[in-house]
Design a protein around this ligand. Structure first.
Ligand SMILES: Nc1nc2c(ncn2[C@@H]2O[C@H](COP(=O)(O)OP(=O)(O)O)[C@@H](O)[C@H]2O)c(=O)[nH]1
Ligand SMILES: [Mg+2]
Length: 531
């Protein structure tokens, strides 16, 4: 047993249970109680005499004490005050502990062989006075050891079994059952009742517990055996620690049982392969909304626009300015803006559907206390919200790095286009002058098939052709560069979106799975540390 490790496992189990939405209030109360108990001295332990009305608790205490300590045979209901029988040597040391227990009636004794134990005579736990039961319910979680007292009438009592033994016996390590008033039974029946009690307790998970048969009113019978058990050299510290450990162990086990990870392996709720499939469907849906093909078109158009501005000569400058001014650039040639406006292109509801379906399909196999939390994780609105955030993050990261390609070739083409324009203007002027100035000198050049053609006409045609070829070349080159860039951009976006969806979208679900694993681990740690 390692009490630190044991309590550590309780802490871990509580944290995990809370994440899972399991009600941990009982375990938190247990943690409080165990911590407080550890704060008091454990050189003596507190033993409670617990049982129903009239089974002989007070008579038994008096018989152990050998004097009248507690009022026996009193009229019912007696007071709700527990009586403590305490070795006088420990009086001062135990004062704080008794105060925490709320006990004011303290009888002291010389101690002797029972110098390490404070015995409490509890109120009847089946009393018709409810405050008596409340008192018992308050005290039992705080005591270190218990003597369960039954008699022939009450050994099978429902309150005794259903409310107390079943709950507390597995949480107490030092305990014994006393079958009192055994003078009312034959020897054979006494044996049968004792056997039955032992069997029941084992069934509750309390292990093998001794049953002592007594006749408290007559003093001697069985009392010696009980005293022997009381005196049997257990160290008080061990009693206290083992009680705390048992309590913590059960608390951890209860949490794990509620979360459905007590037995078995806490295997993931969702198999990795199914999860991968769902995630890639979600990514495909998300990319459809983002519209990667549209993005590629915008990227190509943006590249062409840039090329036109740089390599289109004066005419190119003019037309690109028009495209920009009319807003056409923003709507059809701006990949960054296109990405920013992705939400306008459709709803994510169909995209998250495979994931919602996946989680919903596991709900049936999950214990009831976990369902609420899990269902909340798969609520379409929250999934869509998470997905939108994930997409926003990946697109923002990518768009920040967008750089429309450019080329020195475009500048060369641009310079050539200026030259072409100059020659064009020159030949136009020349051409016009032929009409204006009569008898202007004009030479001709001889062209194949056409024969003699006036030089200005030939020049005009040649420059127009050159301009057209240059523009075509620019367009081809820009288209090629643009498409290459667009492919790169769309591949990176797709990869990034897929990656982020795989990494981020299921974080809450992963935390949920991790908590199940942690709770399962806590049970193992408690199995080791608490026993
Ligand atoms: N027949 C018989 N009566 C007993 C025995 N022990 C106690 N009693 C009686 O049972 C009654 C209730 O005892 P008491 O100690 O007050 O029970 P408590 O309510 O559990 O504290 C008293 O009248 C006792 O005298 C016993 O071993 N045999
Ligand atoms: Mg009594």
């Amino acid at each position: 047993m390692n009490i630190d490790r044991c309590l550590g496992s309780l802490d871990e189990a509580i944290t995990a249970a809370k994440t899972l939405g399991v009600d941990a209030s009982a375990a938190v109360a247990t943690r409080e109680t165990t911590r407080t108990r550890l704060g008091f001295p454990s050189s003596a332990y507190v033993l409670a005499l617990a049982g129903g009305t009239g089974v002989g608790k007070s008579t038994l205490l008096n018989a152990i004490a050998g004097e009248n300590v507690s009022l026996a045979g009193a009229r019912r209901p007696t007071t709700s005050d527990a009586v403590a029988w305490v070795p006088s040597s420990r009086g001062r040391e135990l004062a704080g502990l008794l105060q925490w227990l709320g006990i004011s009636e303290v009888r002291q004794h010389a101690g002797g062989a029972l110098a390490d134990v404070a015995v409490l005579d509890l109120p009847d736990f089946d009393s018709i006075a409810l405050e008596h039961r409340d008192r018992v319910d308050e005290l039992l979680p705080r005591v270190d050891a218990v003597v369960w007292i039954v008699d022939p009438e009450k050994y099978n009592d429902y309150v005794m079994h259903g409310r107390y033994l079943r709950q507390f016996a597995p949480r107490v390590r030092r305990q014994i059952v006393v079958l009192n008033r055994s003078d009312l039974l034959s020897l054979a029946d006494t044996r049968r009742v004792a056997e039955d009690m032992r069997h029941q307790l084992q069934k509750y998970g309390a292990g093998t517990i001794d049953v002592v048969t007594t006749r408290a009113r007559e003093g001697a019978a069985g009392i010696g055996e009980l005293r022997e058990w009381l005196e049997s050299g257990v160290e008080a510290k061990r009693v206290v620690a083992s009680r705390i450990a048992a309590e913590a162990h059960e608390a951890v086990r209860d949490l794990a049982a509620d979360a459905g990870v007590l037995d078995g392996t806490a295997a993931p709720l969702i198999k990795p392969a199914r999860r991968e499939r769902a995630l890639s469907s979600v990514a495909a849906g998300a990319l459809a909304v983002i519209d990667v093909a549209g993005l590629e078109r915008q990227a190509v158009a943006a590249t062409r626009l840039a090329a036109r501005r740089r390599g289109g000569g004066p005419l190119g400058l003019f037309t690109s300015a028009i495209i920009r001014l009319t807003g056409r650039a923003r709507t059809s040639a701006d990949p960054v803006d296109f990405l920013r406006r992705w939400q306008l292109r459709g709803s994510l509801a169909p995209a998250v559907e495979p994931l919602r379906e996946l989680v919903t399909s596991t709900l049936a196999s999950v214990p009831a206390p976990l369902r609420g939390t899990l269902a909340a994780l798969s609520a379409p609105a929250s999934l869509e919200h998470r997905l939108a955030e994930t997409i926003d993050r990946s697109l923002a990261a990518e768009a920040a790095g967008f750089q429309v390609p450019t080329s020195a070739l475009w500048s060369l083409i641009g310079i050539a286009q200026y030259a072409v324009t100059a020659v064009l203007i020159f030949s136009l002027l020349w051409f016009a002058s032929l009409f204006v100035i009569h008898d202007a000198p004009v030479s001709s050049i001889s062209l194949p098939y056409l024969g003699l053609v006036p030089t200005p006409v030939a020049l005009l045609a040649a420059t127009l052709l050159a301009g057209y070829v240059l523009a075509k070349l620019l367009g081809l080159h820009a288209g090629w560069l643009g498409r290459r860039w667009a492919k790169r951009v769309s591949a990176r976006i797709s990869r990034e979106v897929r990656q982020r969806i795989a990494d981020d979208l299921l974080v809450p679900l992963e935390q949920f799975e991790a908590s199940r694993g942690a709770l399962h681990q806590a049970v193992r740690a408690a199995d080791d540390g608490c026993s």
